[in-house]
Design a binder for this molecule. Sequence first.
Ligand code: GLN
Length: 447
Amino acid sequence: ELFLARIEAHNPELNAFITVDREKSLAQADAADNLLATGGAGPLTGIPVAQKDIFCAKGWLTTCGSKMLANFVAPYDAHVVERMNAAGIVNLGKTNMDEFAMGSSNETSYFGKVKNPWDRAAVPGGSSGGSAAAVAARLAPAATGTDTGGSIRQPAALCGITGIKPTYGVVSRYGMIAFASSLDQGGPMAKSAEDCALLLNVMAGFDPRDSTSLDRPAEDYTRLLEQPLVGLRIGLPKEYFAEGLAPDVAAAVEAAIAEYKKLGAEVVEVSLPNTRLSIPVYYVLAPAEASSNLARYDGVRYGYRAPAYDDLMDMYKKTRAQGFGSEVKRRILIGTYVLSAGYYDAYYLKAQKLRRLIAQDFSEAFQRCDVIMGPTSPTPAFDLGEKADDPVAMYLSDIYTIAVNLAGLPGMSIPVGFGSKGRPVGLQIIGNYFSEAKMLNVAHQYQ
Ligand code: GLN
């Protein structure tokens, strides 16, 4: 009731939620009360959590921020939603996002832009901007997000909250609407690393319905939280502290690293020389995968269908022309181009090879350190509209986050202060494969 009232009061201005369904949420809350009364409760039973509108939740409108799915009521639950329901977590509503998770500012949503609660002239980041804004404004204690190139970490940084993208394969993608399947990964966004750990305990787990889900023994992600950091080796990639990094972000990140030294950590310089290739590689591979994944929106089986057309081909064309926004169309065009005969070797295949080199940079760096730290985003939140007409400037927002997805590594962002305009700054913590519990420990000790 408290969070629903806060949503009612503040969502009209922030626009963090696309769907709120009081009755459904309260019915789930009642069921949670019963679980508590009958002794079947877990640590998160009754806790309301907002769902990014990319996760299918049975009976809930699930739009993915697109006109194409503006009328789509999911007939089944995503694996993540299923697990959260079983834990007694209450679905508090569906949060706003960039259309099909393509964007870094939440300005591509068909349902309108989201405002940053810290400064309403600023973007919340994207694509999980609704989730980040909801948690920052305390409209929800926590939310889910997805991260294909930075969409959990960058909005977490811009809104001053904590978010973690797990190792690829830890959280099932079943029922999570696909953008770029070899990069997409769901994860929690919350006030603290501790809350993220509790939520990740519920979200993570093997699922045979996702062919890339990893069958590993269940872990308790809270188990290392209280471990001291004495002797922790922090790698600082020199490429992350070079040209393009705003001075106020650099100052806040350096201050945080000084704190870590006080906690007993040591700092070593590492190099990720192929970082500069990560944006061009990503913008070949992600659109290629997206162009294939988005072929399913043809107006036939579900979602939007153009109201008037001449024949089948005309129906496809009009449905897709009217149903997708311009950023999505740009990605489909790029993706189709790089996959087409005659260009495949020059672009797609080349990008796959460079992806491997980017991953190898990290393997080498992790021989010399336990975690890598740096800025999450090169600048604090920018103004609404500032980059909306400049896709390349927008793409550069993810310069420090995208390589992590290309390598399949876990990454997180924690708030470490404020930039010159009083807008939050995030520190990125990158770990080796399956080191989420360690990363959450590193984050928790600072918090
Ligand atoms: N901003 C990046 C993009 O637009 C990443 C988005 C994401 O992680 N979903 O593709």
